[in-house]
Write a protein that binds this ligand. Sequence first.
Ligand SMILES: [Zn+2]
Length: 160
Amino acid sequence: MTRSGQQSEATVDTDLSAADEGTGRKKGQIRSVEEIQVLIRAWENYVHPRAKSFWQTSDVLYQILAQIARGVEKTADPVLGDDRCVIWQGMLHSEDKRPVIRMTKPGETVESQTYVNRVLVFLFADDDSFNELQEKPKKPFAMACGDSKCVNLTHIALDD
Ligand SMILES: [Zn+2]
């Protein structure tokens, strides 16, 4: 799966990798509000235009990105991170236990459980990957790494 090729023009403070070394990888440790803002600013440069036009306000988009940022460990980045699995720490689907966030889809008034890896693809995939994945059933995508709780964008399987 390939990330959308948009390049960042802003100089973003990417000090996120500093905590990555050593033993700082405690399960369940999530980012502070400030760290989440920094991460979202970095992600926003890669959000595909399809997602920007889908949600009517950037505020809704921001809230979705924030939920994803809060759902992973402090040192993990499912979008711009390295090749390690990013294990979801957030909400799981009530039936199949796959990672979900709650969001209100355009035109709807109630929140529903939405699979994180489908949201990630919608937000960040390039057109080729996106179109290919749209052919698949409306279920969470398979993960190439085999870990059903992993939300690393690059681990989403294009082939079954
Ligand atoms: Zn993985």
